[in-house]
Design a protein around this ligand. Structure first.
Ligand SMILES: *Cc1c(COP(=O)(O)O)cnc(C)c1O
Length: 487
């Protein structure tokens, strides 16, 4: 490829692009992409996470601002040789950590197309088809989960932002002010506390309600807390339920919590960032009635619908109320009646103004996969989790740390056998550290009821039974190491 920067530079005044060299550059990137995606899945011995310490990786990227430009071909080469080797390969099928993110090729290519078209999905005039497609995929997501019509919603960058918006709606419904109370459980995701802080709600406004033996919020405890707060002159505002906790994939009893919320006049926000999409599958369909009773519901297609990160959704029962919250329109963003017709402007639904065309990935992915194959893929994940749970239960020395309701299996080794809780925690933490260093696996840590737990979460497009088997064999192997033996 020609390296002279004059041919390549896109800066105005030096614009001299040849379509051939543009194509060669882009094809080079696509070739890398296909090699990466097809090579990775076949390599259980490949490291998911680089072993090099973070500090030294940061030190590698410490160059001064380049004064003169490189050719794009050289930049692509640097990406290959310096970026990729120190990346975390979350696309690897051995990714069972946190809530695994994975993207199929359709969502990846859709991103390239979306960036090329570069729509600004704030006003319809920034991209009419993009705005219409966003409204369409939101309806498709509602339909996938049986979320009641009409309802509505908006795509967001992540579950944290969707949760923030859901809580902002709850506060708005109360008209703000002092003494607000938001009811969570000990398993509620940290994004809820962060959202409340961001909304300027004081710390004591977050009230933790007790859980049952399956780590699910107790409706009776909730009702009691609400009544006692009200009796003290406080203003119970919202119940924040979770459909699929990070720790064990637990699903709060949504229907019962909705009943309490309705009786007591509280907003019900359901954080389904991880687990709501389980309701698309036959064996997760029991969650649908609960999800349908939410006033606001967050879900993360970037966790369980095989599209790239930055694809999340907030669904609401009352889109008019959502639009009232964001109804600030300066003169320069006004749209004439003739232009407005009966469509809504995307900016009316969200705090963002300039927004990329993130709906395209979902639109293309849902079109090409079809709902049927998505349902069966999610079903497969739920079945893999039940299979892993059955192995854990059958293995002497291991025990489940919580029931398996979605696709997360939380467990530990040796708890009854080891003399103290601390000894058991130490042992499990060592197993976790050893698992983390293994090739072909990516795991994450947690504690449940104060005790260290091992966990696997299965939402990855490419994870199969053999990957789960590999993980489980590794757990047993690490557990069988003698006392001080290092990994
Ligand atoms: C992932 C997750 C979040 C946060 O979502 P992001 O997309 O990472 O911002 C919130 N709640 C739950 C239960 C989650 O699993």
């Amino acid at each position: 490829m020609d390296e002279s920067s004059s041919e390549w530079c896109e800066i105005p005044g030096r614009l001299d692009l040849s379509p051939e060299s543009l194509r060669e550059f882009a094809h080079g990137a696509v070739d890398w992409m296909v090699d990466y995606l097809t090579g990775l899945g076949h390599d259980p011995s490949g490291l998911v996470q680089p072993l090099e310490p973070a500090r030294s990786i940061f030190d590698r990227f410490d160059e001064p601002l380049p004064e003169e430009g490189l050719s794009p071909a050289r930049a692509l080469e640097e990406f290959r040789t310096t970026v990729v080797p120190f990346a975390t390969h979350l696309q690897h099928p051995g990714n069972l950590g946190y809530i695994p993110n994975s993207s199929g090729i359709v969502g990846i290519v859709a991103d390239l197309l979306a960036s090329t078209l570069n729509q600004n999905v704030s006003l319809v005039r920034g991209g009419a088809s993009a705005a219409a497609i966003e409204a369409e995929v939101v309806r498709w997501l509602q339909s996938l989960l049986g979320f009641p019509e009409p309802g509505g919603g908006v795509l967001t960058s992540g579950g944290s932002v969707a949760n923030l918006m859901g809580l902002a709606l709850a506060r708005e419904r109360m008209g703000g002010g002092e003494g607000l109370r938001f009811y969570v459980s000990e398993q509620t995701h940290s994004s809820i506390e962060r959202a409340l802080r961001f909304l300027g709600v004081p710390g004591e406004a977050m009230r933790t309600v007790g859980v049952d033996e399956g780590l699910r919020m107790r409706p009776d405890a909730l009702q009691k807390a609400i009544r006692s707060d009200r009796a003290s002159g406080l203003r119970p505002t919202a119940v924040v339920a979770t459909a699929g906790t990070i720790g064990s994939g637990a699903v709060d009893p949504l229907v019962a919590l909705a009943e309490v919320s309705r009786e007591e006049g509280l907003w019900l926000h359901v954080d389904g960032a991880y687990g709501a999409l389980a309701a698309a599958a036959p064996s997760g369909a029991w969650m649908r009635a609960g999800l349908a009773s939410a006033d606001s519901l967050s879900l993360d297609p970037h966790k369980w619908l095989f599209v790239p990160i930055d694809t999340s959704c907030l669904l609401v029962r009352d889109p008019d109320f959502l639009r009232r919250l964001f109804n600030v329109v300066p003169e320069y963003l006004k749209v004439s009646a003739a232009e407005q017709q009966d469509v809504h402007q995307p900016m009316q639904h969200t705090i963002e103004l300039s927004r990329r065309f993130r709906a395209l990935r979902l639109w293309m992915a849902l079109k090409t996969y079809g709902a049927r194959s998505i349902r069966s893929k999610i079903e497969e994940h739920l079945a893999l989790a039940r299979m892993l749970a059955s192995w854990v239960e059958a293995e002497p020395g291991f025990e489940l740390a919580a029931p398996v309701e979605t696709s997360t299996v939380a467990f530990r080794y040796g708890s009854p056998g080891l003399a103290s809780g601390e000894a058991s925690d130490e042992r499990n933490e060592r197993i976790f550290d050893c698992l983390s260093r293994r090739p072909g696996l990516f795991v994450s840590r947690n504690r449940l009821r104060g005790r260290f737990t091992l966990r696997a979460c299965i939402t990855h497009l490419r994870t199969t039974e053999s990957d789960v088997r590999r993980f489980w064999d590794a757990c047993r192997e690490e557990a069988s190491r003698l006392g001080g033996e290092s990994c």
